[in-house]
Design a protein around this ligand. Sequence first.
Ligand code: ADP
Ligand code: NI
Length: 214
Amino acid sequence: MELINRTIELVKEKLEGTESGHDWFHIERVWKLSLKIQEKEGGDKLVIELAALLHDIADPKFHNGDETIASKIVNKFLTKQKVDSEIIEKVIFIIENMSFKNRNDAPENLPLELKIVQDADRLDAIGAIGIARTFNFGGYKNNLMYHPDIEPKLNQSKEEYKKSNGTTINHFYEKLLLLKDLLNTETAKEIAEHRHQFMLQFLDEFYKEWNVTF
Ligand code: ADP
Ligand code: NI
């Protein structure tokens, strides 16, 4: 479909040179995962595809904290493509409300399309790909992989998090291991089960090798 191809073109162009956690291939995985979930869960396919493709088009982190930049780009692009204004509004709502940070103030009754794209984005943060992205991010920031003096734990207080020094292993406890319980759809929960177990197994191996207790 022409609109999807044009959107892909725009996304590839905008994401050129971004760090690899949010590059085109992340978008492609989230797009495909969203479609896979949509097959089972339903929802408006066009809205889901557009939102998945456009969800990371402009990270405020790289735009002086400007939270509105993504909506502006998406609105301008989709209007030019003569997409229905109702569809545009739905897509922008998803992009503005799906991030992990916004999980507490998201409305109770999220649209199914948002739930699906959010699930797909979260699934790409766990499992083997999640592990790889996390170590990649840690390397990019020059963070320690792990520090043995810090016992990582789930549901950390701010103080505990500060003490963790943001090691890459700590990020599993701070975020990755919590994601499976934040998923919206049954289909995503099923996919997450295996990915979650894989991360637990990875951590287990990691500590055994680190401590030479294998
Ligand atoms: P998202 O765009 O999915 O909301 P982020 O921009 O926070 O998430 O993160 C992008 C990728 O980098 C994810 O795979 C995430 O787990 C990883 N990441 C984010 N923060 C850290 C951190 N402090 N240490 C290691 N990895 C991180
Ligand atoms: Ni994303």
